[in-house]
Design a protein around this ligand. Sequence first.
Ligand SMILES: Nc1ncnc2c1ncn2[C@@H]1O[C@H](COP(=O)(O)OP(=O)(O)O)[C@@H](O)[C@H]1O
Ligand SMILES: [Mg+2]
Length: 316
Amino acid sequence: MSAIIETSGLSRLFKQNRAVDNLDLEIQPGELFGLVGPDGAGKTTTLRLLAGLLYVTEGSASVAGFDLRTQPESIKPQIGYMAQEFSLYAKLSVLENLRFFAELYNVSKTEQKERTERLLTFAGLTEFKERRAVHLSGGMQKKLALACTLIHQPPILLLDEPTTGVDPVSRREFWNILTELHLEGTTIIVSTPYMDEADRCSRVGLMYAGKLMVCDTPQNIRHQIEGELIEIFPDNWQAAHQIVSTIPGVLEVQTYGEALHLLVEDGENQLPKIETALKQEGIHINGARLAPKRMEEAFISLIRRIESEAEEIADE
Ligand SMILES: Nc1ncnc2c1ncn2[C@@H]1O[C@H](COP(=O)(O)OP(=O)(O)O)[C@@H](O)[C@H]1O
Ligand SMILES: [Mg+2]
């Protein structure tokens, strides 16, 4: 199968700043691709480039078989782009917003009527169709924005942090909708700061300083990280952090609230040793267990590795 999105050396500079730096990416039809990376990594710029909203500085890209530089007008009907920031018309109602976007994309009146009803049901907004966008909850605004990007039935969706700042229930509902679209065959690129969401993608790309550093399935990314995971709930996590960091065989320590996540060489063998070491230092443990590695640990570990490599290069 040939790629539906393909970029080669794609770069975008803002003055000297390489916001997107030499990006080579291939997305197959029907993929649910997650774009992750710290703030400023270049996720938004990548999505805006693919949506044809920014000029390409270097390199090339094709979207749905059209060249991004020379055929942007042919690409437009093929994609639905949802911006990171609020993109609705605040004073217009739910229905009026949908109508506005339908007209923007030349959706015929009969199609509009049929699709509007379906999308309202799909997004759980039927009851609220007369409400102004500004008066919807954050989660409902995101679902309406998604419905507006779907009104012209694009085969490709580019969604920029569609669930950031949304409550957990709405976040789950939003992802149920994405999963349905994915099952229907829509190609989706979604950026997200949430690692549980990245875990639901078929592939994940990790961006850092404009570059795509890692691009693989969530499972392979989790397995790239060395060691096994031990989760500990000590009563004094700051002191516990210092102690466990010095234990041989502990590769990495991450904090999650008051819990410590340790990557260790041999979990089964080391768990009792770590517990003993903490108890000897007078630290009470409210729980400790071996746990499966998640995207979250992998992400933090990869970013740390990338940052320390960048520092080494800077020091040379
Ligand atoms: N319109 C712009 N003008 C100047 N610099 C920009 C602009 N948009 C983004 N940048 C810069 O490009 C880099 C990548 O930003 P962005 O793509 O928004 O990252 P992310 O979405 O991953 O947070 C950042 O250094 C940011 O400051
Ligand atoms: Mg962004």
